[in-house]
Design a protein around this ligand. Sequence first.
Ligand code: DC
Length: 220
Amino acid sequence: MIIAIDGPSGAGKSTLGRMIARELSLLYIDTGAMYRAAALAVIGSGVSTVDQQAVAEVVTRADINLEGDPDSLQVMLDGRDVSQDIRTEEVSHSASVISTIPEVRRTLVQRQRKLGERAGGVVLDGRDIGTIVFPQADVKFFLTAAPEERAHRRYDEDRLKERNATLEETLADINKRDRRDSTRGDSPLAIAEDAIVIDSTEFSIEEVFEQMLKAIRERK
Ligand code: DC
């Protein structure tokens, strides 16, 4: 059983991915966290994100792993737990930039396929899961919400973590990342033909969760 969840940032993919994985006892793979760990490796190496070949080499060498269950997923980079370090603005930006490099994508997609194939069943969230990584996925979701709503959610989360970007800055950042993620040449964010599209602007997480579970049960 492979469940693909794609969509723009702040649409609730990882929260819902975890909930679905827990409910159905599946492995959960946050592919965005893998791009973030790769970005952290690049930042740590000191190479410029403009130097595509050097970036690709750093990412190929980086040992990126996801460990633990959906609720306490640990993102490991070269044996170190980087789960917190990958959630900064700098890493968000660099992850979006390096994920446009085809060689970086090839390396990470290969790892994602291996992880997914090894597991009995898996929920993956990202931007290209239903289109590129697992086009044969059993159920595909495309989660979205109005940019203003996604910015609000991100802003509320950031405030809890005592980060102090304004709502306007958060919205500008979301719009910039959306544009980069959906206009890059290699596997841009796109809706798979057979994806179930859910716009969560007007729904709570619990309501979306119920819609997704219903769709999965119908497909099974
Ligand atoms: O989901 P996220 O915000 O943690 O992802 C960080 C960046 O990684 C995002 O800007 C785009 C990129 N990404 C990608 O290109 N493909 C994926 N499958 C997942 C993330």
